[in-house]
Design a protein around this ligand. Sequence first.
Ligand code: FES
Length: 162
Amino acid sequence: MDHCKGCSGSKVDKEIEKITKKYKGVDGGIISALHEVQDLYGYIPESVQKYLSSNLDISMSEIYGIITFYSRFSLMPKGKYNVQVCMGTACYVKGAEAVLKEFKEKLKINEGEVTSDGKFSIEAVRCIGACGLAPAIVVNSDVYGKVAPDKVDEIISKYANE
Ligand code: FES
């Protein structure tokens, strides 16, 4: 989506209104609301945080705390395919740094950035629970193990034409 996230009068704004209404007064509703916003945009825009804060009577700092606590939530936009390169200890010692460098070079972006066509983003993450497959990466929900830098091209091209 390339229009203003949460701007008044947009279709997206109506979605946010719907989500807010659904969780108003519900115990722990903010977590469910944030999940829905994350699914809708791929991240939680600041304008939406403000909207949820004033409409669900939850402070901005509390919302920020939740977003940064759970790795599922993101403050930044992501590409259609988000490449997470594990930099946990097991992966690091098996060469994760070289894998991350190769992704950055091939996609011409840094961590936290999105390619100009909106297709890819890169994140360096902590252990993803696949240490036996180190070095491991995840593209959306696809896990790849024993990834060597010379496999990066093949992985990217799998998604580039989708
Ligand atoms: S350290 Fe990479 S999967 Fe555990």
